[in-house]
Design a protein around this ligand. Sequence first.
Ligand code: FES
Length: 170
Amino acid sequence: MKKAVLDMSQFDQNKLNELDAFIEQYEGENKKESLIPVLYQAQKIFGYLPHNLQRHIALKLALPSAHVNGVVTFYSYFSEKPVGKNTLSVCMGTACFVKGADKLLDKALGITQSKRNEITEDGQFTIKDVRCIGACGLAPVVTVNDKVYGKVSEKEIDDIIAKHQEETHD
Ligand code: FES
């Protein structure tokens, strides 16, 4: 049977080598269990997980592409589209929603003049809504990259955005 060949020319070869070296360390291990760390590393290297990269990972781990895509789309941490320098996520789980998370999301989109899940014009932010992140006691919760903000008010969302804008502006 002919082996499927993926056109990976859109990707930086050094980055691909880095990813492949990472995948190799899982040689002989349960491939399904290595999928999450591999996806995490791939997103760290490339910034996002486009479909061809997901297929590449699926081939390397001998997993069905549909399974890989299912995991990528299930976890809100993973992104199939390019993201801004900062990813601001508003939790829309029940506890956060009843404390006004939808208003925080609208406000964040308004301030950055962006659309949900899309990169802002200046490349600074991607604003996303996510499922419960398990910090319900701090509702409503907003995260920017790895930083968690709890009990966020509408006023504070301005400050959070301004703070990260400053930190990442050249
Ligand atoms: S509902 Fe937002 S952290 Fe759980």
